[in-house]
Design a binder for this molecule. Sequence first.
Ligand SMILES: Cc1cc2nc3c(=O)[nH]c(=O)nc-3n(C[C@H](O)[C@H](O)[C@H](O)COP(=O)(O)O)c2cc1C
Length: 366
Amino acid sequence: MNGRHREMLDLVASAVKAPSGDNLQPWRFVLDGEARRIELELDAAKDASPMNAGQRMSRIACGAALENMLRAAERNGWCLELENQGAERACVRLEETAGRHHVADPVVDARASNRRFYEGGTVLAPTRVELLEASLPLAGLRTHWVFDRATVQAWAGIEGACFARMYGNASMRDAILGNIRWNVGPGQKNPEGLSPASLELNAVQKTAMKMMLGKPTWLLKAGGSLMAMSAFVKKLVRSSSGFCVIEAPDADADTDWLVGRCAQRAWLALTEAGLAAQPMMTLPVLENALCNGSEELRQVLDAGRIEALSSRFQALLPEWRGGRVGFVLRFGFAPPPTGRSGRLPLGKVIAWRGAKPVEAQETLVA
Ligand SMILES: Cc1cc2nc3c(=O)[nH]c(=O)nc-3n(C[C@H](O)[C@H](O)[C@H](O)COP(=O)(O)O)c2cc1C
């Protein structure tokens, strides 16, 4: 395989390490060796869940994957031009390089969703500066950082209420539970979907969660499961040292990719600083369902209540400019996650335009 093909595959290998909703990896890469182009396309078939109504969460994931490619190229000294990026795809072009070697990126490898309870503690000033510097505004988006514990406590109540609302909806609850690969053992990596070990639950909690699948909401309410889960989430949030919010200026579909790029930048900066992080996306998911969900879903979600929760959340952020909540990440001090989710082999997400390199098949399988 020539150097150009190798570099293109390295870029894709970096892209697929990005996060995605329920680890469904809603992307496809079309590689053109002659033109040295990679098209990163949204694969709408991957996630048909109500949380992803209108494909917003998948576009965010694609944005994070694009950010990984741009970062990998920069680290390697490869010139990668972002030719265009729309709602459904982005296209990058690699300039001819002199066979420079790939440099590993331990930060991209270490980034993970860490769903443990964190240890509280304060993020010190030099780290705060590093985080702020790593999240310079990108095309009208803003990254808000919250480091004070009083605001974290206030957010916990809002997040608990959002969580109860999301899990109180049977279609969303069953979609999330259906994406957990319950049969995957602690040491194993699932190629897609969520690994049970990554959820950081004890055996009783896992069994209780498994049993929720397909049950009517009234039963879960009567049995106290929804309240218990909401209390658990509040506790998770309260254990954090802070949170970070990406504010999007509009609801345009191509802005979602930029949300993903900003979120990934923030998450990688947190990882580099040795901080654990976990997306807490119930509010953006509920707002998305109100915007893009089916008529039936919109009717059962209480729009007034969700809007009130969103206003309370935005009021926590003094520099909010009236935009939309794009992405929310909590962060703090914690050991690495107990379990990580795997990825599909590259061969499952790559297609070649024109001549496919002869050795590509073996490389992709390995
Ligand atoms: C758009 C989006 C929404 C997500 N929402 C949540 C969430 O609400 N809670 C959570 O624990 N993880 C959430 N995640 C994290 C994914 O579950 C995670 O990225 C995926 O399982 C792969 O695992 P990894 O991040 O450890 O590589 C989200 C990720 C993305 C990109």
